[in-house]
Design a protein around this ligand. Structure first.
Ligand code: FBP
Length: 566
């Protein structure tokens, strides 16, 4: 592959270049945004020079290899690919490519930099290529709604949060008709490649599309990029999904502020639910950053078969202990997906999923007769019952972001404290405040880590497509080292897959990476939580830093996981 240096959209032969901000943006962006626009992104050294792609050994799958092999006859077993420096002398950019890109699912800081990375790769390493952005996620491909991404379109979004350059969506390409529509679009645009920037479900979809195109001998290749603030799309070769770092930094800033407020007034227990869907990575990372009094980790609740009553008692016990020490305030962190982790609730949700997939929920409540978990359903506050019945997302998931577990727990703790009051075991006032920190963390200006990581992921995706790879997820590793030393390659999407029951049927899915109870991040947290419960060791980390000694810090989760691997 030829080599070239690139800075913010301009091939620079090694020098950085600046440009004035385009009209619309200059009037609407802040000084900080402007300074981020000018920030020249570093590249891993392998991407700055000539490289070749080397294949590893054949892969298998995360689970159910026989089923995955049947579902992906053309892709199963693909080896990982690694970019390695090659000594060839510099060549001029070669043939042109036509590439499409889309953002899928929830926003995650850094998505725009993935697109910038693909664009800059094409500028630097190919001649006369075109990049198309599909609008509104996968629906953009099905409806053939796209925009050509040029320097002027992309520039205002460099190092900026959000997905507003081309927007996102949660549609899935799954029916024969939808596959046909996608085929028509890639044929119409004569695409050599497609980059899916998405989470586990979207990358599963990317793989299905790659399989479909390859099965039909079409030239369009498909590469995924690991996006999600939830941090649950990861494996050895993909150490973290982008967006997690920034989102946790933003949540930790606000949690730190709430902690300072709560210590100042001394009168509230703040129950803070944090986004993250099923996995508790965000909650765990925020706990490690801020040291709350109580943190519930969903995976631990599931592993110990805790009931809602057990969780309530755990929180109430700490509140009572703190009351004896004179502290009638505190901070409780709750993962968004907690409700989904409590085995008795899981059973209820599974039953509701089947009913919602095949039956009608009638007003007379006759469907309830089919529920084995009816006693639990009836025990839940009415608001939670309604939230559990909300429509599933297009991938069949319960919309956990809409279930107000923090309010439910406040109500349950109040009841338990009242019981203890009557038994003479508690005589203080309890005032709960509920918070949900979710959307406010998803579109912040990407941290230095996410900005750099995304740029490398995009550049790497360009390189994989250029070399004709398909069905891989762009993978950047060695992330504990300076950016120059990061490694770049691709991992077979089928190697991340298993089968799962969705909408009442078995489907291929990328296995979610949950918090591991024997993993280094959880162990560190578990060794400290009892002290945080009783003593107030709150930490207020402040806002995301772009310059200064801590600006390039990586998350505790990543640091501890990388440390455990070495
Ligand atoms: P992704 O898996 O699409 O990255 O989801 C991220 C997320 O922010 C979850 O944490 C949250 O549960 C969900 O999106 C909320 O979805 P929506 O944006 O549709 O309300």
């Amino acid at each position: 592959m030829p080599s070239a240096a690139v800075a913010n959209g301009f091939t620079t032969a090694g020098k950085s270049s600046t440009r004035s901000t385009p009209g619309l943006l200059s009037s609407t962006c802040s000084e900080v945004q402007r300074s981020r626009l000018q920030f020249v992104l570093p590249l891993p050294s392998v991407l700055k020079n000539s490289f070749k792609i080397v294949d590893g050994s054949p892969s298998s799958s995360a689970g159910s290899p026989d089923e995955i092999a049947k579902l992906f006859p053309n892709l199963f077993g693909q080896p990982p690919a690694m970019l390695v420096p090659c000594g060839s002398t510099e060549a001029s950019p070669d043939r042109s490519l036509r590439i499409g890109v889309l953002l899928s699912g929830g926003q995650a800081p850094g998505g725009h930099n993935v697109i910038s990375g693909i664009f800059d790769y094409l500028q630097a390493r190919t001649r006369g290529s075109k990049l198309y952005g599909f609008r509104g996620g996968p629906a953009g491909i099905m409806k053939c709604k796209y925009v050509e991404l040029t320097t002027d379109v992309i520039y205002p979004y460099r190092n900026q949060g959000g997905f507003d350059m081309i927007c996102s969506g949660r549609d899935k390409i799954e029916t024969p008709k939808q596959f046909k529509q996608a085929e028509e679009t890639v044929l119409k645009l004569d695409l050599d490649g497609l980059v899916f920037i998405g989470g586990d479900d979207s990358n599963t979809n990317a793989c299905l599309l790659a399989e479909n195109f390859r099965g039909k001998n079409m030239k369009t290749r498909v590469i995924g990029c690991p996006k999600t603030i939830d941090g649950d799309l990861k494996c050895k070769e993909v150490p973290i999904s982008f967006g997690f770092d920034t989102a946790c930094k933003i949540y930790a800033e606000v949690i730190g502020n709430v902690m300072t407020d709560c210590r100042s007034t001394g009168k509230y227990y703040h129950f803070i639910r944090l986004m993250g869907r099923a996995a508790s990575h965000i909650t765990l990372e925020c706990a490690l950053k801020t040291h709350p009094n109580i943190t519930i980790i969903g995976e631990e609740v599931a592993a110990n078969n805790y009931t809602l009553k057990n969780v309530t008692d755990y929180i109430t016990d700490i509140i009572c202990k703190r009351a004896k020490l004179g502290y009638n305030y505190g901070v409780v962190l709750i993962p968004e997906g907690l409700i989904d982790f409590i085995p008795e609730v899981q059973q209820l949700i599974a039953e509701l999923n089947e009913i919602l997939a095949h039956d009608v929920i009638d007003e007379a409540g006759l469907w309830k007769k089919k529920l084995q978990s009816q006693h639990l359903f009836d025990f839940l506050p009415q608001a939670i019952q309604k939230q559990l019945l909300l429509e599933r997302d297009p991938h069949g998931n319960v919309q956990v972001a809409k279930i107000e577990t923090e309010r439910m727990l406040i109500e349950m703790v109040e009841n338990e404290l009242e019981k203890r009051r009557q038994e003479g075991l508690y005589n203080k006032q309890f005032k709960g405040q509920s918070h949900f920190f979710g959307y406010e963390g998803r579109c912040g200006l990407p941290s230095n880590f996410d900005a750099n990581y995304c740029y490398a992921l995009g550049f790497g995706a360009g390189a994989l497509l250029h070399s004709g790879k398909t069905g891989l997820i762009s993978s950047v590793s060695n992330l504990g080292a300076p950016v120059e030393e990061w490694t770049v390659g691709g991992t077979a999407l089928t190697s991340l897959m298993d089968v799962e029951r969705r909408h009442g049927e078995f489907k291929p899915v990328i296995k979610k990476a949950m918090v591991e109870l024997d993993g280094a991040p959880f162990k560190k947290f578990a060794s400290m939580r009892d002290e945080w419960a009783i003593k107030n060791q709150f930490i207020n980390p402040g806002p995301v830093q772009f310059v200064g000694p801590r600006a390039n810090d990586i998350s505790h989760t990543l640091m501890l996981e990388l440390g455990a691997q070495t």
